[in-house]
Design a protein around this ligand. Structure first.
Ligand code: URA
Length: 208
């Protein structure tokens, strides 16, 4: 499973600011969007382009246009919404498929309580937005759901990943490339990433 850690100085600098406990809700939200934008740039590096001729100021000029596969952004509720704006800044025309997951109290596995997917999923690359890849259960469940709905190509964009979550994804969805700003040390006993960012959803929505 390809795991691409984005070591770009801007990403590392912005993530460092997000790690500070006194970063405001506004600041955290803006930084999440900015890093999401940079991760989106990396994750779309392999998009195919094709030549087209347009009318330029001095006559016809050959330019390149995105060809082939289109994209759907898939924020996992709730924290994934914090990455949506940044991804849309780069791909404003992207269709958005929203997935909500919650823990099933009987099986303890994540279960979808909401899924509103584009209907041409089979034609699109899904970029799943999941800021904190902790146990990996939610991302794996989201990939299960996308696959069952016909999606053939999935990539994940995460702010921070724990080795435990990466291991689960390698076992369950080895074909999914994961673009991440940092791979952290481990999970604590409550499945929070260390050193991590804390509860990303709470910090994005200001519900702490
Ligand atoms: N979800 C979060 O928001 N933070 C973690 O560290 C783990 C899961």
């Amino acid at each position: 499973m390809p795991v691409i850690e984005i070591t770009h100085p801007l990403v590392q600098h912005k993530l460092g600011l997000m790690r500070q406990v006194d970063t405001s809700t506004k600041g955290f939200r803006e930084l999440a969007a900015e890093i999401a934008c940079l991760l989106t740039c990396e994750a779309t590096r392999d998009l195919e382009t094709e030549p087209v001729t347009v009318q330029g100021w001095a006559g016809p000029v050959e330019v390149r246009r995105i060809a082939g596969r289109m994209i759907t952004l898939v924020p996992i509720l709730r924290a994934g919404l914090g990455m949506l704006e940044g991804a849309l800044d780069l791909i404003p025309g992207a269709k958005v498929s929203v997935v909500g997951l919650q823990r099933d109290e009987t099986t303890h596995h994540p279960r979808a309580y909401y899924a509103n997917l584009v209907d041409d999923l089979a034609e699109r690359t899904a970029l799943v937005l999941d800021p904190m890849l902790a146990t990996g259960g939610s991302l794996a469940a989201c990939c299960d759901l996308l696959r069952a709905a016909g999606c053939r190509r999935i990539k994940a964009l995460c702010l921070v990943a724990a080795p435990e979550g990466l291991a689960l994804m390698a076992a369950r969805h080895p074909e999914v490339a994961i673009h991440v700003a940092a791979i952290d040390r481990c999970l604590n006993e409550n499945a929070y990433i260390l050193p991590g960012l804390g509860d990303a959803g709470d910090r994005i929505f200001g519900t702490r």
